[in-house]
Write a protein that binds this ligand. Structure first.
Ligand code: ASN
Length: 301
C-alpha cells in the first residue's frame, strides 16, 4: 500500500476512535468540557525519576506567567467541585520531553488525551468504566472500513483485565517492568500502586501505598492510561506537595480552591495517539500523526 494510503487508513482509524469515544462518554452520562490550554498552574508530572520532561512550557501574557497544560488534572478537580458531575475532555497536552524519548516509540511532545473524572468514585468504578469502553470500542471498530483497508483486524478486548501490583511486576520483570511485561501480555492489564504525583491518593489504611493505576497495552506497546483516586483534603494536599518540594506560589489559586474543599473523585486519562498506534500496530507513535510531534525530531510545519 502506498505510504499516503496507509496514512489515510491510520487517520481514518483515529477518526473512528474519536467518534466512538464521544459517543461512549455521552451514553455514560458524562458532560464533555472544552479543553483549556493555559493555566496559572498545571500537572507537575513528578517528581518522578523516570520522567524526562525538561520543563513546563510557560508564556508571559499581560504581566501574568501562564503555563501550558501538561495535563488538566488540577482543572479536573476544580471542575468536579464546581459541577458535581462526571466530566471528560479531549485535552491537548504539551510535554517537553528530552530528545532521546524518540527511541521509546511511544512519546510525543504534543498529543491529545481523553481525560475524565468522576465524583465520589473509587478505583474499581474507573476500571469497570474503562473496560466497558474498550469492549464497546472493539465492537464498534469491527464495523469500521478503515481496518480492512489497512489489512488488519481490530483487536479483540477480553475483559475484565488482569490486575497486578507494581511490586509484583518489579519482582518479575525488574524496575523497568513496563515493556517486558507488556511484551508478555496478550490483553491489556492494570498495574496498581505507583509512587507519583501529589494528587494521586495515598491509601489512608496503608501509608506508602497509592490508590492509583495504569493500564498497559499488550504486545510491547506499553502504557495506555494513568489515573487514580485523588487527594481531596486540603491538609493532605499540602502535606503531599511539601513532600514533593513543589513551589507553592505557582499553585496558590489551586490551593485556594482546595482549601474551600474538593469532592472526593477518581479518574484517568488515556492517550488518543497511543490507542491508535496500538490498534493499527504502528511501529512508532509518530506514524499516526499527520503533523509529527516527536521529541528530537524537527517540526516541518
Ligand atoms: N490524566 C491523568 C490523570 O487523570 C494525569 C496525567 O495525564 N498525568 O491522572
Amino acid at each position: 500500500m502506498a505510504d499516503d494510503a496507509r496514512l489515510v487508513g491510520k487517520l481514518s482509524v483515529a477518526s473512528d476512535v474519536i467518534s466512538a469515544t464521544v459517543e461512549f462518554f455521552h451514553e455514560e452520562g458524562f458532560i464533555q468540557l472544552l479543553p483549556v490550554l493555559l493555566g496559572k498552574s498545571t500537572d507537575p508530572l513528578g517528581p518522578d525519576p523516570g520522567s524526562s520532561v525538561i520543563k513546563t512550557a510557560e508564556i508571559e501574557y499581560l504581566g501574568a506567567q501562564l503555563r501550558l497544560m501538561n495535563s488538566m488534572i488540577l482543572h479536573k478537580q476544580v471542575a468536579i467541585k464546581k459541577l458535581g458531575k462526571k466530566i471528560w475532555i479531549l485535552s491537548p497536552n504539551i510535554r517537553l520531553e528530552k530528545g532521546e524519548r524518540k527511541s521509546t516509540k511511544k512519546h510525543l511532545f504534543e498529543f491529545t488525551q481523553a481525560d475524565f473524572e468522576i465524583p465520589n468514585a473509587k478505583k474499581e468504578d474507573v476500571w469497570a468504566l474503562v473496560e466497558r469502553y474498550y469492549k464497546k470500542l472493539g465492537k464498534r471498530l469491527r464495523k469500521s472500513e478503515a481496518f480492512p483497508a489497512l489489512g488488519i483486524e481490530p483487536f479483540r478486548f477480553k475483559t475484565p483485565f488482569k490486575v497486578y501490583e507494581t511490586h509484583e511486576l518489579e519482582e518479575k520483570f525488574g524496575a523497568d517492568w513496563e515493556i517486558p511485561a507488556s511484551l508478555k501480555a496478550k490483553q491489556p492489564f492494570w498495574a496498581v500502586c505507583h509512587k507519583r504525583e501529589f494528587y494521586d491518593k495515598e491509601d489512608p489504611a496503608n501509608p506508602g501505598h497509592y490508590l492509583n493505576y495504569d493500564l498497559v497495552y499488550p504486545l510491547g506497546f506499553g502504557e495506555a492510561l494513568s489515573g487514580g483516586e485523588r487527594e481531596n483534603e486540603y491538609k493532605r494536599i499540602l502535606e503531599r506537595m511539601g513532600r514533593d518540594r513543589l513551589g507553592m506560589d505557582v499553585y496558590s489559586a489551586y490551593l485556594k480552591e482546595a482549601e474551600q474543599g474538593f469532592l472526593p473523585s477518581a479518574g484517568a486519562g488515556f492517550g488518543v495517539e497511543r490507542l491508535v498506534r496500538f490498534l493499527t500496530q504502528e511501529e512508532h507513535i509518530g506514524g499516526v500523526q499527520l503533523f509529527r510531534r516527536v521529541p528530537g525530531e524537527e517540526i516541518t510545519i
